[in-house]
Design a protein around this ligand. Sequence first.
Ligand SMILES: [Zn+2]
Ligand SMILES: [Zn+2]
Length: 502
Amino acid sequence: MNNTEGVIVPNGKLPKEAQGLQLNFCKTLACDNFGLSDAEKYVLQHVNPKRPAMVCRECGAFPPLLNNQSVLDELQRLKQTQTDGLPACKNTSCESLGLSVHSHKHLYHSFGYSGQKQRYRCKACQSTFVDQWSESNHKLQIQESILGYLFTGHPVREICRRLSINPKTFYDHLNQIAKRCRRKLSVIDERWFKHADNYTLASQFVPLQPNSHNGVFWIASGEVESGYIVAQHTNYSEEELKESQDNFTTARIVSTSYTPEAQLPFEDTQADIRTRIDNKYQLILARDNVEDPLGNLAKLDYPLKGTLIHPHYTSYAHYLYLEQQLETDRPISIFMPQDPLLRSAALSVYLPRIKAESIDIVYVEESEGWQNSTPVDKHDIVHMGWWRDRWAITQQNTIESDQRVELMIEKAICVLAGKQQPSHWLQSASTRSISSYQRRFQVIFNDFVNEPRRRLRPAGINPLLDIFRAWHNLCYQDKSGLTAAQKLKLIDKTWTLKELLS
Ligand SMILES: [Zn+2]
Ligand SMILES: [Zn+2]
């Protein structure tokens, strides 16, 4: 336990609202206190860090407290990283911060040229900036080679040798390519955000570097059918960050002296799905803070540079970021694996949509080999975990042809918000496209991601994530011969690496 610092909020009080944002309330949908932020509905204590700071008087749930301002700080950090290199207002106190010229023309005036580059002025704050990428790419050839080598798994040292460049030049190129990718993708993303009739998303998170124990998680959300990735974030900042003034029992920034006390999680992947779900609930309850998966690490090796953020702050900011991109009048469905990290953030951020009944949030767990197209005729209902979550579980039997063994293929869903019946989601809900996206990254860049030198230096991976997302959405064809962006009719043909870079 290292979260005893900064106890500023007095007992019996909730953390202050920030710009109208108040995320502290009971997160049990069936509870009368769900979504209500009146302090008297909770037992609030900030003295004993071994006990929950907030307990719902109605249902007994103990959602961790959040510093609302820190969630907004985290959102601003994500936006700044995401829009680095985009032609957009850079003024951190301006409401147009990070909103690109391409998607928000009405916010800017053209303002002459700087050399070959177009200059713009922000209508809101009058600051000016140039579009760094409005001229053609003079380094196209070498950057195309770099990507070619990277995507075929060549180590950095080898790429530098073949192209006769030093590592610093390599990383400079990588950062420039990433900026170009962000810029190209932001235009295409915008087409989907603006024109989709509804948003069906899946979210997932994994450790960014599975062999490193550095506490960095990678949260991603994408369109379910096509696999088009719309947002991805990590809880790691290359910059040294300081906590905002209004500190609280649970901080946003992970202290360098943080030492997790958990045992290594035991995952029995052979067990039946009910046992696996049950084991997961035990793992969740073993955390200091149920929303923070850092509590499950057996050890934490803090990155050598930069700052680690508590992952739930990144998760709340991830969904806030999405909410700002999505049109408010269109329905959303979000599928996610069983974990409060994503669940609580989505249930809190989308509270207005839950009240308006325009959102479905569903936990999905399934065995490998599950076929979504097969109709589901019956399912069992089981209440599980401390929260008594209502799971629907069903089976498909398949016979493995060569060995003649019958395998039980199972799927379980839990409707967290929304009116649809479980049988509907058992047939359609899935997180498969997002997990295969994250798995593909780990496979293609295995050497790069797990290089021993990089274990405590995650910064070099950030540009690669941006490049991979652009490549995955625009250049990568699956079995159907189409890219994710083509399936959504956002582009009409597959892009080459050259088109991505020019
Ligand atoms: Zn409650
Ligand atoms: Zn501005």
